[in-house]
Design a binder for this molecule. Structure first.
Ligand code: SF4
Ligand code: SF4
Length: 458
């Protein structure tokens, strides 16, 4: 298998301090089963799953507890055997609240309910797709898009390139890195399954150059694989892990503005950990009920990469890492660039929780943002060719229309602009505010049009 250097480099990007050394050499460790789990029904992009258990029910590990609720939705299975203590609203890692099933786990955990093992070589494409859906798999890199939907392109669209996202460009996070080093063979099986589902396509495994151990583990695991498969070594540049930028770096194709999707340019991008989850779901019948989360930051006694059941409270992860050296000045769900600050360790992990950071006083500082000085640094940093200064000033003046004309909907919320701003302006927050307001307006317009159509039909 060939290892090549990326031929294409995107414009913009930044070099935040990576701080990956804290956990990169820590082999994945399994967390003993916590006494209680809080399993959210909204762990993915799209409609929350519909809870199908009630207080007092005994559930088996792997049992369906949340049904897929629409086309863009994902089912949820129980990560443990135990008793349902409550079904209630809980705060999620990104700040919103959603229904969660609170499970008091059994002291003894058996094998639980697994799905029947499938031989991917003889299974049909439909059987494999159904398995991905039944196992409740969504993208584990952050967005949580339902994997079975992504692997089933609409008529007329064909996947020419399957791109594996192994960039993990977010500071501190090493869960994908450890998965590539320790589970490269599972990633290979995942690739073979996806190639069968997608009807045969070239494969590009995109890894940042600062992960040589991952590159050699993948090279070894993929040795002798048939077809057009290459590892593409990407320059170390944030946000290299963004889907659009990976596609450009790996195959030189440009995804047009939303609502265009990678499949519109013949590409499907999947995170490396998702591939390993697909392999486990098919070959071992194992649903997505656990994941690796990096617990790191200078306030943690022993940073680790922890394999924990989904629904594990952050407090249990921190205790497994020896607790804290000092009261954390900031707790972040995810990485420092795109993660969300959380106010409580009662929040529980989801299928997309790749990291939990506890930062000490020295790593966090308070600041007052100043007015824009038109220095242009944010414009140079923006990987989407936007003008973040213009957008942010428009939003501050409540002129969302101008922000929309300046293509704010293309904003990735990557934070490269805010990172480079000498005035510490909350540019990303302002972009988010504009996007939320535009989405709300579009939803209201759609509802109005539907109402009018229904009235006319009467
Ligand atoms: S405007 Fe959006 S895409 Fe551009 S740098 Fe800022 S957050 Fe990233
Ligand atoms: S970096 Fe900050 S100060 Fe400079 S142009 Fe952008 S928003 Fe204005």
């Amino acid at each position: 298998m060939k290892v090549t250097k990326a031929k294409f480099k995107f414009k913009g990007g930044v070099h935040p301090p990576y701080n990956k050394d804290l956990a990169r050499d820590k082999a994945i460790e399994r967390l003993p089963m916590p006494k209680e789990l809080a399993v959210s029904m909204s762990q993915h992009l799209g409609a929350p799953a519909k809870c199908v258990v009630a207080v007092g029910d005994h559930v088996e590990k792997g049992q369906l507890i949340g049904e897929r609720n629409g086309f863009i939705s994902v089912s949820v299975r129980s990560p443990a055997s135990g008793t349902v203590k409550a079904v209630e609203k809980r705060l999620g890692p990104a700040g919103g609240s959603a229904d969660a099933v609170i499970i008091e786990t059994d002291a003894e955990q058996g094998e639980g309910e697994t799905l029947p093992a499938l031989d991917w070589k003889s299974a049909s494409r439909e059987e494999l797709l159904k398995r991905v859906e039944d196992a409740g798999i969504c993208g584990m890199g952050g967005a949580g898009f339902p994997t079975s939907v992504k692997l089933n392109p609409p008529p007329g669209k064909r996947c020419e390139y399957l791109i594996l996202n192994g960039a993990e460009c977010e500071p501190y996070l090493t869960s994908d890195f450890r998965t590539m080093v320790e589970r490269a063979d599972r990633i290979r099986t995942g690739v073979e399954i996806l190639r069968k589902i997608l009807g045969g396509c070239a494969v590009r495994i995109a890894v940042e150059a600062n992960k040589p151990e991952a590159i050699s583990a993948l090279e070894k695991a993929f040795a002798g694989i048939d077809g057009n498969v290459e590892i593409v070594v990407l320059p170390v540049l944030y946000p290299q892990g963004s889907e659009k930028h990976q596609i450009f770096a790996a195959v030189g194709r440009v995804v047009p503005e939303p609502p265009a999707l990678p499949i519109d340019v013949g590409c499907v991008v999947e995170n490396v950990s998702t591939l390993a989850a697909v392999a486990d779901a098919v070959e071992f019948g194992k649903p997505l009920i656990e994941r690796v989360t990096t617990v790191s930051g200078d306030a943690v006694v022993e940073p680790k990469n922890v394999l924990a059941p989904i629904g594990t409270k952050y407090a249990d992860l921190v205790a497994f890492c020896g607790g804290t050296k000092e009261p954390p000045a900031k707790v972040i769900s995810g990485g420092t660039m795109m993660g969300f600050a959380v106010s409580s360790l009662d929040v529980a992990t989801t299928k997309t929780t790749s990291g939990l950071l506890l930062l000490g006083r020295k790593s966090v500082f308070q600041y007052i943002s100043g007015p824009c000085v038109n220095c242009g640094r944010c414009v140079r940093a923006c990987p989407m060719n936007l003008n973040p200064a213009e957008i942010s000033k428009a939003v501050e003046s409540d002129d969302v229309k101008s922000a929309e004309s300046a293509h704010v909907m293309s904003c990735l919320e990557c934070g490269a602009c805010a990172f480079s701003c000498p005035q510490r302006r909350p540019v990303v927050q302002l972009c988010r505010r504009a996007k939320a307001s535009i989405r709300a307006r579009i939803a209201a317009e759609k509802a109005k049009a539907a109402q009018a159509a229904a009235k006319e039909a009467k």
